[in-house]
Design a protein around this ligand. Structure first.
Ligand code: AMP
Length: 195
């Protein structure tokens, strides 16, 4: 059973890579951003509460996000492992995730960090804006999200680095090559951890 996270700034291709990696490892990809967007489009209570944060590029408050992930991780399909995409994004969420897993005697195996230069992140965001029309894909909102990533999520990355489970991957260039590199890096890391 493999429990993975993927972390990266906006525009790093995190969602795309999450889908490919999850398929390769035979585990479900759980994207908090996708779950929020689906709730917004269905106008559920959670969607109504979350919409303003998504549109502004702000983080949805920890209590809402943690509750969402807690419920999701109780579903059957994640028993054989999972790849979390976009969670945790704050130190509080990281502690909460550790607690959720520890309650079942579980822990994360590896954390993939996608890295790419800011210029490339912004280019990708502009491309996605043309293709998908996400309400948070504007230059202002993108900069806000990048700023939040630096202020809040970098700390989460440091926690996993200190724990020795961080697998950095160069996220610039061709998406197919990035997937291949990420798979190779994670497999190498998992094999070494098992040895
Ligand atoms: P993403 O699809 O991962 O880029 O997430 C899109 C948006 O969903 C973010 O800009 C936040 O508004 C919200 N979101 C997703 N995951 C989280 C999280 N772990 N904590 C707070 N907000 C989140």
């Amino acid at each position: 059973m493999t429990r993975l996270l993927i972390i990266g700034p906006p525009g790093s291709g995190k969602g795309t890579q999450a889908v490919h990696l999850a398929r390769h490892f035979g585990i479900p990809a759980v994207s908090t951003g996708d779950i929020f967007r689906s709730n917004v489009s269905r106008a559920t209570e959670l969607g109504t509460q979350a919409a303003q944060y998504l549109d502004g590029g702000d983080l949805v408050p920890d209590h809402l996000t943690n509750a969402l992930v807690r419920d999701r991780l109780l579903e059957n399909d994640v028993r054989r492992g999972f790849l979390l995409d976009g969670y945790p994004r704050t130190a509080v969420q990281a502690v909460e995730l550790d607690n959720m897993l520890a309650a079942s005697g579980l822990a994360l195996n590896a954390v993939i960090e996608l890295r790419a230069p800011d210029t490339e992140l912004e280019q990708r965001m502009r491309k996605r804006a043309r293709e998908q029309g996400r309400t948070d894909d504007t230059v202002d909102v993108f900069r806000r999200r990048l700023d939040l990533y630096r202020r809040e999520t970098h700390e989460v990355v440091s926690v996993y680095a200190a724990r020795g489970i961080l697998v950095p991957v160069d996220g610039s260039g061709d998406p197919g090559e990035i997937t291949a590199q990420a798979i190779a890096a994670v497999e190498k890391f998992l094999a070494a951890a098992r040895a």
